[in-house]
Design a protein around this ligand. Sequence first.
Ligand SMILES: Cc1cc2nc3c(=O)[nH]c(=O)nc-3n(C[C@H](O)[C@H](O)[C@H](O)COP(=O)(O)OP(=O)(O)OC[C@H]3O[C@@H](n4cnc5c(N)ncnc54)[C@H](O)[C@@H]3O)c2cc1C
Length: 820
Amino acid sequence: MSEFPTTARVVIIGGGAVGASALYHLARAGWRDCVLLEKNELTAGSTWHAAGNVPTFSTSWSIMNMQRYSTELYAGLGHAVDYPMNYHVTGSIRLAHSRERMQEFERAKGMGLYQGMNLEILSPAETQERYPFLETHDLVGSLYDPADGDIDPAQLTQALAKGARDMGARIERFCPATGVSRKNGEWIIHTAKGDIACEYVVNAAGYYAQRVGEWFRKYGGRTVPMMVMSHQYLLSEEIPELEKWSRESGAKLPLLRDVDSSYYLRQEKNGLNLGPYEGNCKAHWVDPADPMPEDFSFQLYPDDLDRIEWHIEDAMARVPLLGQAGISKVINGPIPYAPDGNPLIGPMPGVPNAFEACVFTFGIAQGGGAGKVLAEWITEGQTEWDMWSCDPRRYTDYTDADYCVETGKQVYGHEYAMHFPHHRWPAGRDRKLSPIDDRIRSLGGQMGVYNGWERANWFAAEGDDTSEAATQTWNRNGPWARRVREECEAVRDAAGILDLPGFSRYRVQGEGADEWLRGFCTGGIPKIGRIGLIYVSDRRGRILTEMSVMRIKEDFYFLITAGGAEWHDLELVKSRLPRETAIEVQNVTKDFMTQIFTGPKSREILAQITDADLTLPWLSHQSAKIGEHWVQLVRVSFAGELGWEIHTQMPDTAAVYDIVMAAGVGHGLKPFGMFALNALRIEKGYRAWKGDLSTDYSILEGGLERFVKLDKPQEFVGKAAILSERQRGVAKRFVMLVVDAGDADAPYMSTLWHDGEVVGETTSGAWGYRVNASVALGMLRADLAVPGTEIEVEIYGERCRAVVQEDQPLWDPANERLRA
Ligand SMILES: Cc1cc2nc3c(=O)[nH]c(=O)nc-3n(C[C@H](O)[C@H](O)[C@H](O)COP(=O)(O)OP(=O)(O)OC[C@H]3O[C@@H](n4cnc5c(N)ncnc54)[C@H](O)[C@@H]3O)c2cc1C
């Protein structure tokens, strides 16, 4: 056992909490022949100095899942692996200074309940009962999380390491990985002590993940999107009054988070630990004058209390006890940040058999869950929970260093901010622009970001309030609402045009391409000259993706898929190609542009400017000319009206757009944006990827059986699972709901209630301007998924009556307008 291992199934680079958890979970899954490499001692990176807070709170379903799992794991870990563990489950209190904050808490409470957690909403008086030293005069209330607490990060890591070792896994300390290479389909991990050949490799190198990631560039990888922030917490000296209270009550104070003032305050022994996320924050190692050192093991940055002075004063006013003692210690250490603050867990984009479990901002709280997710990725190729929010492929080619620094600082400075549905964050913008971006903005386009591309969310008119402040609401109404209504009405009554840059697109051609496609998807494929939807399932019959297939000729078609799915779906396609094949797949997303051109007058407008046959039916496509320019006209409309997608080559886009806009004068043609499109598609019951369509649901639960052909000769992934689920019957079922909503429509993951029981969740919701109702799509317990059933949807704490609709579009149920 003492000899250096020269082979392993998996090598993990990095021995922080996350790497150790990955090793532990791999070993628990029976993959014991795994090695973890740590260049120094375990915990030498960010882990050793972490404050150790372990919240479950999140407004992301998957992050909440991961954190909840961590708390459950940590509660039993010391016992399971026989290692001493200081894990204090003290509960936590999050303070609300506004009604909007209380609404956010209500939403988290609903999600928590669905995950089996009992979060509580407290009044200011109840808050004070649980936290006697608190000033509450200016509070609206708080959220109490009984599962929150703190753990010793070093003990946690050592316990996971012991558990893994006891099961047979290996840990090589003081053994830096120095590079990787590939030989005979295996990875060779070069280390200071020798090479290890392995099947899989995991980058768990914490704030060094970008450096380690560079080794994989020559094998198809990209630069890891991340940057490093400095984060400080300070420890107070002992506070006699707190010592007395703890002694007498036998308790520890709940962990306090004043999220609107942006800090946490935790009892540490008989003192307090204050950790602010300051707006005036500092990135490290981001410019040549401040290079990242070769080694920073067990080191800290110099204290910088000036930066957090405001927070110290604010915390002393909130908990005056804090002012009774001096500061005994300041910890200022590095935390890696991805551009959205979520970690990278999953397949390394573009690289075979390589995975990432790195860039953790809350790696102590998330480490347990992350280890489980990573182990599932490697051993099963799929995860129990849909983990798109952490999937490394959510970022594509636009995340250069400036982008990462701007967005990382933005996230850090707004760590506890509310994420309002109509708000768009200002940092890291204008990375990928449509060739008609100038035209869209001059028409009043209020832009949002979709996989780095700027698209208009809505079009403001002269005098509309377009300030960021106006978007600080959960409500449907704001300055955009009137314009979104006008845009939807133009699409309904005349015509609308939406510039959709970054619609992901792959050209697939070569002998055998048609046959391969038939086995790739669950259902049938369209005839030549037609376009149709296909679904791709995983082995469990769950929904991996939805794509449109535009079939050009035999063995030649385009696969078109969601903007955000660009790298995910490309890898999916490539991973399922036969080993030896004549089929070529090319990502041509950047070569083409798309306009959604739709509405009852779209035909008469197009007739003026194209030689195309505009009588061709719904779901057809044709090459044609607009002016002198080649276009592909595709007779589909995600808005659910007569219409075409106008696909252009990048350089022709501006000219074609100008011709269409000029032809629309006098016909009521109006540009419309993504907010309107979302409202229009929801009325049709069209699902959106990673909201309504995710691996949390099966194809059958998603109500997509008409896209499944069990009798086709081609075997497809997930067939056996779909067959058995069909025999068993589904547990949940996709439904459309009309909701008696108040001021807000149902956000993602609002709980559905029936007879006092939680019976499902929404996957999206919006106001439908054509049907004049609040509409939600969701997953409901199968026995209740019957048209006419009344249930309730909990929207930011308010239970609203909702009625299950027929399994057909709410707007134009027979698709007559689409087929017109
Ligand atoms: C002041 C502060 C307070 C924090 N408080 C909390 C908190 O309360 N709760 C929370 O959840 N999170 C907290 N964090 C964040 C937390 O510390 C990190 O998210 C977490 O430690 C990340 O763990 P990791 O395993 O991903 O990375 P790390 O702990 O950084 O581990 C990566 C390891 O990889 C090793 N390594 C790097 N390169 C190589 C190589 N080439 N070969 C071999 N080994 C290599 C490093 O030596 C290191 O040990 C805090 C961070 C700071 C700075």
